[in-house]
Structures are given as C-alpha cells and as structure tokens.
Design a protein around this ligand. Structure first.
Ligand code: PRP
Ligand code: MN
Ligand code: MG
Length: 197
C-alpha cells in the first residue's frame, strides 16, 4: 500500500503528539474546575459534552482523541457523505445516519478528519442547531483553509480546534479515503495522482 503514496505529510508520531495536545486543550476548556481557555464553562451539574464523530472519516481520530480527554464525555456518531467515490465534493452533503443521543441543551464537539470546503460542517451545524445544542465546537485533525467555500460560524461558546493545516493535495490515511480505500494507513499522505486519474 505504501507504493500508492507519493509522500507522507504527517507521520504516526506527529499525529499522536498533536492528538494529545488537542485532547489537553479540550480537557482544559471543558473542565468545571478551571476557568482557563475561554471555552464553554461547565458547572459540575452540567451534563457531559457530547463528542460526535463524523463517520466514516473521523473514526480513528475520534478513537485516539477521546482516550486522551480526561473528562466525563459521551460519544456518538453521525454519518455524512458528500464525496462518494470521487475526489471533489458534490456540494450536497447527505446525513445518512443521525445521532442516537439527544443533544438538546448540550455542548457538542464535532470531530472531523478534515475540513475542506466546509460544506459538511455547515450542514451539520444547521442540523445540530435545530436540535438545540447549546454550543457547537469543532475538532478536526486537518484543516484545508485554501479550499473553503462556506464559512462555519461557531455556535454559543464553541471553539475551532485543528491539528494541522493541510496543503492543497488529495490526502489519504488515518481515516481519510479515496473511494473507501486507504483509511487504515496510520499516517496521512499524498495519494499518487495515477491512483485516481
Ligand atoms: C470527507 C471528510 C469530511 C468532508 C470534508 O467526507 O471526511 O467529512 O469530506 O469536506 P468538505 O469540508 O468539503 O465538506 P466524505 O464525504 O468523503 O465521507 P467519508 O467521511 O465517509 O469519507
Ligand atoms: Mn467525512
Ligand atoms: Mg471520503
């Protein structure tokens, strides 16, 4: 599988290090005892934040991240798809599987593998707002601001956490796919163009 990859952008070790840092920030911002960080301040009676993984891409990042968050949290998934088997967004994300947990009045942390055009997030923000989430934060491993088409306005005291800024290449691994393949690579790399053209 390595011979399908042009270049490794973020190694397993770099990702693991950054995931720890993000988890620490989240722990601090959501801790009832510390008022640092400026995130949603939870009183001890508040219900646990709900960490929502956006399937399929976020599955590995979510699994690694939540194990390093030192707080009582809930975990749930939504499934949204817009890329199908191509390399370009359809522009019309479809929520094909909804949350199990009722997020009314709860702090939600959406976990993504990558924010690219922003369309998927915008769609989920509308959805979660309509369900009455009291704040919506985002934690994405990769952010590709060069491709943004839709601005995502955070809700309540929500924050935007990201692991790495991603250059404008089609990347795979650590959850990210091309046509559902390569998600199991432990690192993020640039797919050789001949693999999809
Ligand atoms: C990818 C990725 C993000 C979204 C980002 O999901 O996992 O969820 O696209 O792109 P955007 O910011 O342009 O909306 P995809 O639709 O490929 O589904 P998948 O997670 O099942 O691979
Ligand atoms: Mn996705
Ligand atoms: Mg995909």
């Amino acid at each position: 599988m390595e011979n399908h990859i042009e270049k490794i952008l973020f190694t397993e070790k770099q990702i693991s290090q950054r995931v720890s840092e993000l988890a620490s920030q989240i722990t601090l911002n959501f801790s009832p005892s510390t008022n640092n960080g400026g995130g949603p301040l939870l009183s001890s009676s508040s219900s646990a934040p709900v960490v929502v993984g956006v399937a399929t891409g976020a599955f590995l990042f979510l699994a690694d991240l939540v194990r390093k968050i030192n707080l009582p949290i809930s975990v749930d998934f939504v499934r949204v798809e817009s890329y199908g088997s191509g390399t370009v967004s359809s522009g019309k994300p479809k929520i094909s599987c909804d949350l199990k947990i009722d997020v009314t009045g709860k702090h939600v942390i959406l976990v993504e593998d990558i924010v690219d055009t922003g369309t998927t997030l915008a769609c989920l923000f509308e959805h979660l707002k309509s369900k009455g989430a009291s704040s919506i934060s985002v934690c994405t491993l990769l952010d590709k601001p060069s491709k943004r088409k839709v601005n995502v306005e955070l809700v309540g005291e929500g924050k935007f956490y990201y692991g790495f800024e991603c250059p404008d290449y089609f990347v795979v691994g650590y959850g990210l796919d091309f046509a559902e393949v390569y998600r199991n690579l432990p690192y993020v790399g640039i797919l050789k163009p001949e693999m999809y053209s």
